[in-house]
Design a protein around this ligand. Structure first.
Ligand code: ATP
Ligand code: MG
Length: 335
């Protein structure tokens, strides 16, 4: 189980100025502190797959780094498997398998196998058990064929897989996996999702970060959306979809009519109208009479309708709406 209360991380001016590119001497007073994680309350029950979503810079990696003891929080508390991240670092590390996706944490001249043997040894595995675990996780991630290749020759996807393999080495009860399937090809991504499912069936608790919303929907029991350091929504995919009322209507017309988009945008209950390729996409705040009004407005133009599709908001609509990137206000440029 993972429990965080009022968890906050502020990167101070000192942190930020140390990250400035070489030769750039920005005055300290010009750099504002960044609240990367802002009073996050989080509860992930044991045996749950929790998907963390959020735009770039939302604070997801910072949160995972705090949970894995790599970063000390500014305030608030976290327990992992009952252990406090501030005072019981060792126990937290033994309880977690961490995959941050960063390639710099491997030794580039060592092979994949040698890297895993090194990290396995650091985590207390020795002798036959070490060899057995390394070979098992390499096979599990389909890296058996490249285990003797130096890490520097790995493709991005292979590096990502080795990172997940390393997280599996000691078979811990909790996994923290950042950017689960980024750089991974579609068929390998299917296998990684199967792996997560299998870990869940074995009772493991998994916190994963993904930008793939379909993946989150398919894989996760609970989904959290982060924005500007805050956890702004938590629920299962279906309950999150209910946060956006109304519906999305896609219409394909056999031709164009000047002024139609503007007329549609003016209708009561229509939130947003835009063109997406050959389709008109409308977000409506309710379902009832709006769809009929839209159909009437289009019928009046006499442009033939090829296709019309009305559906509930997707997880993507919810994500865009909650993170303020859906441009919900009627688009002034519509014609
Ligand atoms: N070590 C650091 N020092 C200063 N600022 C940092 C540091 N690490 C992260 N930040 C800042 O904290 C904020 C959150 O960054 P974080 O990497 O947690 O975002 P993220 O949600 O993982 O984004 P992405 O989806 O792009 O990976 C950003 O504004 C980032 O610039
Ligand atoms: Mg990140």
């Amino acid at each position: 189980m993972i429990v965080a209360r009022e968890l906050t991380k502020v990167f101070s001016k000192k942190h930020l100025s140390s990250r400035l590119p070489f030769g750039q001497s920005k005055s300290r007073s010009k750099i504002d502190p960044v609240v990367a994680v802002d009073k996050v309350d989080l509860e992930i029950p044991a045996g749950t797959v929790f998907g963390l979503l959020g735009p770039n810079g939302a604070g997801k990696t910072t949160l995972i780094k705090i949970l894995s003891t790599l970063i000390i929080p500014t305030s608030g508390s976290v327990t992992i498997n009952g252990y406090d991240v501030r005072t019981q670092e060792r126990e937290v590390r033994v309880s977690t398998g961490l995959g941050l996706g960063g390639e710099r944490s491997f030794y580039w001249r060592l092979t994949g196998e040698q890297n895993l043997e090194f990290f396995g040894t650091m985590q207390g595995l020795t002798g036959k058990r070490l060899k057995k675990r390394v070979s098992k996780v390499l096979d599990r991630l389909d890296l058996g064929g490249v285990q003797n290749v130096p890490f520097m020759k790995y493709s991005s996807g292979m590096k990502r897989k080795l990172d997940i393999a390393r997280a599996l080495l000691t078979n811990p009860p909790i996994f923290l996996l950042d950017e689960l399937t980024s750089s991974i090809d579609p068929s390998a991504a299917v296998k990684i999702r199967e792996l997560v499912q299998e870990l869940k069936e074995r009772g493991k608790t998994i916190l994963l970060v993904t930008h793939n919303l379909a993946e989150a929907e398919r894989l996760c029991d609970l989904i959290g959306i982060m924005n500007h350091g805050k956890l702004i929504a938590v629920g299962n995919a279906s309950s999150l979809r209910n946060l956006v009322k109304g519906c999305k209507i896609r219409i394909q017309l056999d031709g164009r009519k000047i002024g139609l988009l503007h007329a549609l945008a003016e209708l009561d209950g229509v939130e947003n109208v835009r063109r997406e390729g050959s389709e008109i996409v409308i977000l409506a705040s309710r379902r009832d009479s709006v769809v009929n009004q839209i159909i009437r407005a289009i019928a009046a133009t006499e442009v033939p309708v090829q296709n019309i599709n009305v559906h509930r908001p997707s997880l993507e609509d919810v994500f865009l709406h909650l993170t303020g990137s859906d441009n919900y206000a009627p688009n002034p440029g519509v014609r």
